[in-house]
Design a protein around this ligand. Sequence first.
Ligand code: SF4
Length: 359
Amino acid sequence: MTITNRKDTRPVRVGDLVIGGSNKVVVQSMTTTKTHDVEATVKEIHRLEEAGCQIVRVACPDERAADAIADIKRQINIPLVVDIHFDYKMALKAIEGGADKIRINPGNIGKRRKVEAVVNAAKEKGIPIRIGVNAGSLERHLLEKYGYPTADAMVESALHHIQILEELDFHDIIVSLKASDVNLAIEAYEKAAEHISYPLHLGITEAGTQFAGTVKSAAGLGAILSKGIGSTLRISLSADPVEEVKVGRELLKTFGLADNAATLISCPTCGRIEIDLISIANEVEEYIQNIKAPIKVAVLGCAVNGPGEAREADIGIAGARGEGLLFRHGEIIRKVPEETMVEELKKEVDKIAEEYLAQ
Ligand code: SF4
C-alpha cells in the first residue's frame, strides 16, 4: 500500500519549495548554533543540506540574531525559516533580512497594529507564517476551559491564530500542533486535519535523545503520516540536527513518501550467516545516503532464502561460502569474490540509480 499525503491542503510557497497540495512531504530541521554566529550557523546549515534537509529554521531570540539573517541567507541554498517568539520587531527584521518563512503566533504579538505590520511585511515579500501551537504553552483561557492541554484545546488555539491572520486577508499559513505526549499529538493532528485546510507541519516536541527520540517520533509521526496527514515534518532530537534529518528521511522512505532516497533491506542474521553482514549492512547504508533515487538495496547473510525473500530489491547481495551472489529482483545475476563484493554492489547501485534518474 502506498500512502499519499493529503491532497486537499492549500499549497504554500516557502522559497523555491511548495508545501501542501499534492507536493511531497518536506523534511526540515533546526540549527543548534547561536544564530548571531553566522559562520557556525552557515556551517551547520551546509551539513544539514548535505544530509538532505530541505528547509532549515533558526532561532531569533534577540537583535543580534535578527541582524544575522541576511548574512546567513546569502550563504545557504535551502529556504530559511526564522523562529520568532513574540517580538514583532524581530519578525520585521527577519522578513527584511530575507527570511523565506517566519514562525510566530499572531495572538502572541500583542497590539493589532503590530500584528498588521508583520502580516503586511510578510504579504509584501510573499512569505508564509507558521503558527506553532505547543501543548506546553497553551493560552491560559484554554487551559481554564479544558482543564489541561487537550487535542481540542490545541486545535482551538490554532484556529484562533488562524482567524487573526485570515481577518487580515492573509492565507499563506502553515500550522503545527506539537506535543511531547505521542497520543495527544496524534489526536491533535487528526482533529486539525478535519478542521484546518492549511498544510500541517508535523513534530513530536521534546522527543528525547537520539535513540528514544527516534522511536518516539517514528511512533507518533508514523501514526499521523499513515493517515495521509502532514505536509512537512521536523524530528526533534537532543542530538546533532543532522540525525533529525536522517530520521525524517528514513521515516518518509518507510511510508513510500520519498522519491529521492534509496532504501536498505538487510536480514536480521541467524546461524546460517556466511558473511560479516552487520558491518556490510552499515557500510552499504552509509553509502546509499547519497543516492538520490528511490531504489531498494538488499544485503543478506546467506543465499538459502535470501534473494527470493528480498524479491522487491532492485539490487542485492547474499553471502555464499567465500563468495557473494549478486541478485536483481530475486534472480541471481552473477557471483563475486567476497573481498570485492561490497565494491561490486556499490557499482551496481550507482548504475541503477543513474538509469533511474535518466528516465
Ligand atoms: Fe539467516 Fe540467511 Fe535469512 Fe539472513 S538471509 S536471516 S542469514 S537465513
